[in-house]
Each structure stands twice: as structure tokens, then as C-alpha cells.
Design a protein around this ligand. Sequence first.
Ligand SMILES: Cc1cc2nc3c(=O)[nH]c(=O)nc-3n(C[C@H](O)[C@H](O)[C@H](O)COP(=O)(O)OP(=O)(O)OC[C@H]3O[C@@H](n4cnc5c(N)ncnc54)[C@H](O)[C@@H]3O)c2cc1C
Length: 391
Amino acid sequence: MISFDNTEVAFANKSNRSLKKAYFVFKLISISWLNKFATKMLQTGLKIGLPVKGIIKNTVFFQFCGGESIHQCEPTINELAEFNVKSILDYSVEGDQDEYAFNDCLNKAIATIERAKKDRSIPYIVIKLTGFMPFHVLNKNTEGIVLSDKEEIEYDKGKKRLKTLSDAACAAGVPLMIDAEESWIQGNIDEIVLDLMRICNKEKAVVFNTTQMYRHDRLQYIKDLYEIAEKENFYLGIKIVRGAYMEKERLRAEQKGYLSPIQENKEATDRDFNDALRFCMEKLDRISLCCGTHNEESSLLLTELMREKEIAADDSRVFFAQLLGMSDHISFNLAKAEYNVAKYVPYGPIKEVMPYLIRRANENTSISGQTGRELSLIQTELDRRKEANIL
Ligand SMILES: Cc1cc2nc3c(=O)[nH]c(=O)nc-3n(C[C@H](O)[C@H](O)[C@H](O)COP(=O)(O)OP(=O)(O)OC[C@H]3O[C@@H](n4cnc5c(N)ncnc54)[C@H](O)[C@@H]3O)c2cc1C
């Protein structure tokens, strides 16, 4: 059985200096009040033009992002590839909801496909649909509200951008993953992605949808999707995650008085996540799976399921994925054992990737155990290097 305890493997790509820096960053964001205070200060600083970019760059930015452009991500891509860890380039700009921003996202995604098609160390590209069309349109469609004429035009333009992108992905043979977002826009995202799968996934999974297993309806959703794919004879690409918007989801459901889509507790999320892995492994003849998690138990379970079903570690239909800067002990130990492993490598101008960085900072403060685990693994490796006289 694979073990994630080997910190020498986990941090093989990190110099003493960058290891100490990672420790410092996790220590900083683990202090809840400091995290909140620093986030507010840095956001305000960026808004009013104070010279805070350097602080962000030297702390959270280079811990969790590859750079401000694809070019700046090259050292990270090469460094990961040296250890058999692949990169999923993610233009992580969020928030701007105008034509200029949507077209910019499309151009960046196409540039990413161009970069990926030359290189086996970039197995997928990833996008968020809210980077391609307005949030409020996705929301109205999900809630069955009729669009105005202007919104119809915006929606058509968004779908055209996606068609251009998926055509480019198909032509280049680079799989395209669509992230999952808030439940009040996800219904429309699911519809759009299903249509793309019908077109692009006739011979293999090129377009991937994401399912958040913190929702109590998603295991059934995967099963239903499988039925459709069987009936209509296309392949399914599925990225399984637990979900990143739990607090926001619960709060909105409470404020608006509807049943929260979130599972009752963490155990239920874990159960459905693991059952989804089992289901996908049963149906691997039609499903390609990307398991996006930092959870050791689920990652181990997937390796066990692969062993039981005699599926080679490097079978191209199964990928493990973690975010850059997090859970290297899982990524690097799996990669050493020759599993397909990829890191999300977010990139974009500092100001624009702030929402992503804030989510990472909050996640590392609010999820009990996650930061503690990162800190203790780094400390173990620092101690090991000290003992081996290489610190
Ligand atoms: C490669 C990759 C891609 C990702 N893509 C997306 C994406 O497209 N969309 C997205 O939303 N997120 C995405 N995420 C983030 C992901 O959804 C999780 O927020 C994050 O990975 C933490 O979950 P975990 O499985 O790693 O670990 P764990 O630490 O085991 O689980 C933490 C998660 O469990 C759930 N949870 C915690 N407490 C409770 C509770 N009381 N009740 C119910 N559920 C609970 C929450 O989802 C929480 O984030 C991605 C993560 C990775 C690694």
C-alpha cells in the first residue's frame, strides 16, 4: 500500500529556503485574525494603489500560483515535471463580468491549449464558465427566469466563446475541464457542459464536468449522467471534488429559506465522495476520472480500487489532482509510484487572482487539520534535513 509519510519524496523539489518560506506562509495564514486582517489590508492596498504587490508575491502568491503569465509558470511546470507531476494551467482571473474580460479569458484559454498541446506534462486545461459569460445569466437560467433580449444576446455570445474553445480543445486533443461553482448557477453550467460532452466526447472524454460531493444530490447526478452517456453513446469526463463554497451555500439557503444543497455533515460528504469514486471505477469503460482532493483516505481508496480492478497506475483514464502549494506529500508520493498526478497551477495578474488566493487562505484557516498537517509535514522534513546535515 502506498504511504504519504515520506517527506523526503514530498518535498524533493523544495530547497531549504523555499521549504522555510512555505512554513512561514502556512503559519501566517493559520492565524485566523491575522489572516482576516491581512486579507482586508492587502485588498484595500491593491485597490488604492499602495505598493503591496511585493508582499503578496513573496508570500501567498508564489506559494499557490505559478506566475502572472504562462511564461512565468514555465519554471514551475518544468520543476513539477522533473518529479513526474503534471500541471493543469488555470487562468484564475475571477470577478470581471464584461465583454472585454470574457474575450480575454477565451484568448488566454486558447493560448493555454497551444502551450499544452506541445507538452505531455500539461494533461488538461481548466476554466470557470463565469469567466466566459455573465454570472447573472447563468443564475437566471438555473432558476428558470426568462432572459431579457440583452441577456439572450450575452448568453449566445458566451456559448459561442465556449464552442470556439471546445473546438480548439478537440482539435488539439487537449481535455478541457469545467470547474463547479455555486449551486444557483450550476444547473445551467451542467446543461452547457452536457451539450459540449455530447459533441466533443464521441471517441474519448475531452470535456469534463465537475461534481461537488458536499451536495446531497450529486451522487445521483453522476449516475443519471452515466445513463444519458450510455443511451446516447458518448464518453464522460468527471472531476470529483468535495466543494469549495460550503459556507456561502449554507448562508444563502438560510437567508432565502430553501433547503440547503449541502450534506448534513462531513461524514456524508466523505461517503458520497468515496461512493462516487467506486461508481466511476466500476464504469471506467465509459468514464474518465479526475480525483481532485487533498484527502489522504480518498486518495488511498482510489489506489486500492485501481489495484483491485487491475488498472495500471498510469492508466490515462484516471488522474489524481491537487492544488499547487498544497498536499505535496500526496502528489509527489503518488507520482513516485507512477500514478497520473497533476497540480492545478493558477496564474494571472496578482490583483485578479486575489479571490482565488483569499479562498486558499480561508480554506487553510477554516478547515481544521489541513494547515496543521502542512506545518507538521514541513517541520518533519526540516528536522530530517537537519539530522542529515543538509539544512
Ligand atoms: C484539483 C482540484 C480541483 C478543484 N476544483 C474545484 C471546483 O471545480 N469546484 C469547487 O467547488 N471546488 C474545487 N476544489 C476544491 C475542493 O472542492 C475542496 O474545497 C478542497 O479540495 C478541500 O476538500 P478535500 O477533498 O481536499 O479535503 P477534506 O479536507 O477532506 O474536505 C474538506 C471539504 O469537505 C467538505 N466539508 C467540510 N465540512 C463539512 C460539513 N460539516 N458538512 C459537509 N461537508 C463538509 C467541504 O467541501 C470541505 O471543503 C478543487 C480542489 C482540487 C484539489
